[in-house]
Design a protein around this ligand. Structure first.
Ligand SMILES: C/C1=C2N=C(/C=C3N=C(/C(C)=C4\N[C@@](C)([C@@H]5N=C1[C@](C)(CCC(=O)O)[C@H]5CC(=O)O)[C@@](C)(CC(=O)O)[C@@H]4CCC(=O)O)[C@@](C)(CC(=O)O)[C@@H]\3CCC(=O)O)C(C)(C)[C@@H]/2CCC(=O)O
Length: 206
C-alpha cells in the first residue's frame, strides 16, 4: 500500500494543511502557532473560532517554563501527552489525581477527585503553568482557590471538554482580568488538545 511513512514528512504536511485550511489570520502569531498544534491534535480546523486568550498568555507561559515552572495537569492523560524533551528546563509535569490522599479529600470536600487533587498543588501554584484538559470541576476549583488567596499561576490553559460545566468553567476563566489564559470556548476541549498547547508553548520547533 502507498502511504506516507516518514514521521517528519507527515508532520510537515499536516501543519501545511492546517495553515492552508484554518483561518489563522485574526490571531497573534504566537497564539496562531499554539492553535496550529491544538488543531493538529483534534483534526478540527474550525477550532480557531472558539479560541479566547489574554494577550500575554503565550509569552507568560513560555517565560515561566524557561524559568523552570512546573506544569500542573488535571489528568494523567494531559501529563502523559506533554513531550518532556520539548520542555526548556527539565520542568516537572505534575498530576496529583492518583495521589492516595485524593479519594478521601474528595469525600471530605464533597467534590470530584479531579477538583480535590488541586489541594495538593497549593505549594506549587505560584508562577506555575496550569493545564486543565479534562475536568471542568478542576478549573472551577482553581479559580476558587486563587480567589481564596492561593498562589497565582503564570498562565492557565483551560481546555476541559464536555457537557456539564465545561463551557461555564471556561467562560469564568476567560472573564478573569487577573490571569493569563487560553481557552477553547464551548464543549470542545480535551487532554490531547491541552497537551498539544503546552508542547507548542514549550518549544518553537514543529
Ligand atoms: C465528569 C467527568 C468527565 N470525563 C470526561 C471525559 C473523559 N474522561 C476520561 C477519563 C479516563 C477520566 N476522567 C476522570 C477525570 C473523571 N471524569 C469525569 C469525572 C467523573 C469528574 C470530572 C469533572 O466533572 O470535573 C472524573 C472523576 C473525578 O472524580 O474527578 C477520571 C479521573 C475518571 C477515572 O478514570 O477515574 C479519568 C482521568 C484519568 C487521568 O488521565 O488521570 C475519558 C478517557 C473517558 C473514558 O474513559 O471514556 C475522557 C477523556 C477526555 C479527554 O480528552 O480528557 C468528560 C466528558 C470531560 C466529563 C466532564 C464533563 C461532562 O460533561 O461530563
Amino acid at each position: 500500500m502507498s502511504y506516507v511513512r516518514d514521521g517528519a514528512e507527515i508532520y510537515r504536511r499536516s501543519f501545511a494543511t492546517i495553515r492552508a485550511e484554518a483561518e489563522l489570520g485574526g490571531l497573534p502569531e504566537d497564539v496562531a502557532r499554539v492553535a496550529v498544534r491544538m488543531i493538529h491534535a483534534c483534526g478540527m480546523v474550525d477550532l480557531v473560532g472558539d479560541l479566547a486568550w489574554s494577550p500575554g498568555v503565550v509569552a507568560a507561559a513560555g517565560a515561566a517554563l524557561r524559568d523552570g515552572a512546573p506544569v500542573l495537569c488535571d489528568a494523567q492523560m494531559v501529563a502523559s501527552g506533554v513531550t518532556r524533551k520539548r520542555l526548556p528546563a527539565g520542568n516537572d509535569v505534575v498530576c496529583s489525581l492518583g495521589d492516595p490522599r485524593v479519594p478521601e479529600l474528595a469525600e471530605r470536600l464533597g467534590t470530584t477527585r479531579s477538583a480535590a487533587a488541586l489541594e495538593l498543588w497549593r505549594d506549587r501554584l505560584e508562577g506555575s503553568v496550569v493545564a486543565i484538559g479534562n475536568a471542568p470541576t478542576a478549573l472551577f476549583r482553581l479559580l476558587e482557590m486563587i480567589d481564596e488567596g492561593a498562589g497565582r499561576p503564570a498562565a492557565v490553559l483551560g481546555v476541559p471538554v464536555g457537557f456539564i460545566g465545561a463551557a461555564e468553567s471556561k467562560d469564568a476563566l476567560a472573564g478573569r482580568a487577573d490571569l493569563e489564559f487560553l481557552v477553547v470556548r464551548g464543549r470542545r476541549g480535551g487532554s490531547a488538545m491541552t497537551a498539544a498547547a503546552i508542547n507548542a508553548i514549550a518549544s518553537d520547533e514543529e
